[in-house]
Design a protein around this ligand. Structure first.
Ligand code: OAD
Length: 230
């Protein structure tokens, strides 16, 4: 029998227990850095060096981090479900944990792409993580492979399709502040069970099962619920 489709929509809270800062919690990144300077298309035009520096720091943080029990728990659920992860995160912790299907909505930290030929995307090597406006790879200037504010979200269309096809939909660790990602919930078909794992959950429509806890604990509880153990 075909497995059911379990679709996950993850945000920064998914990686919090791996030591990666979230954005909007107290002490989060947007309290420490002016978001429109380091993460917007206008900011990048104004001061590309600052934007490169910001993402260089994020890459070094990521290199030190490991997937947590939440990431690993989602991989374990692949035994029972076809699991598809849609993530707002630019880290690669879902992939490193072993998730087979990961769709990044906001880009990927460990990649850069050509300014001249945007279809040319390059994986950075751990020993050469730092880029500047002068960095040249294969003859091209490069920029972070990140979806800046004010830019379109190219993977939104496949993400909407996945949300619509879900047999179970689970939101983990996002403040549901940033659109269009936050709208995925609205594409889930009526009657499909929806869970939201977050220790400080945002308001969600009635009927969503809120598991008010961190990602590791929440994914473990979700697995027990889905396996009929509670
Ligand atoms: P936020 O920082 O807005 O929200 C993080 C969420 O994680 C909050 O709801 C926290 O309560 C929750 N959280 C904290 N610790 C957690 C834990 N241990 N387990 C589970 N959840 C926990 O991050 P996002 O919603 O992901 O975009 O932010 C969306 C986008 O805004 C990001 O992708 C980024 C940012 O600007 C870009 O940079 C393009």
């Amino acid at each position: 029998m075909a497995k059911k489709k379990l679709v996950i929509s993850s945000g920064a809270g998914m990686s919090a227990e791996s030591g990666i800062s979230t954005f909007r919690d107290a002490g989060g990144l947007w309290e420490q850095y002016p978001v429109m300077e380091v993460a917007s298309a206008d900011g990048f035009r104004r001061n590309p060096a600052l934007v490169h520096k910001f993402y260089n720091e994020r890459r070094h943080d990521l290199l030190k981090a490991q997937p947590n029990a939440g990431h690993l728990g989602l991989v374990d659920l692949e035994k029972d479900y076809d699991v598809y992860v849609i993530t707002q995160n630019v880290d690669d912790l879902h992939e490193r944990a072993g998730s087979k299907h990961v769709l990044h909505l906001h880009g990927e930290l460990m990649k850069v792409r050509s300014m001249e030929h945007p279809e040319r995307v390059y994986q950075l090597h751990p020993e050469a993580l730092d880029t500047t406006p002068d960095t040249i790879i294969d003859g091209d200037h490069v920029r972070p492979h990140i979806v800046f504010f004010q830019e379109a979200v190219p993977n939104m269309e496949p993400a909407v399709e996945l949300a619509h096809e879900a047999d179970v939909f689970v939101v983990i660790g996002t403040s549901l502040n940033v659109y269009p990602a936050a709208s995925l919930l609205h594409y889930v078909r009526p009657g499909v069970p929806v869970y939201y794992i977050d220790p400080n959950p945002a308001p969600v429509p009635a009927g969503v099962h809120v598991l008010k806890m961190g990602a590791s604990e929440g994914v473990a509880k979700l697995a027990r619920i889905l396996r009929g153990q509670e």
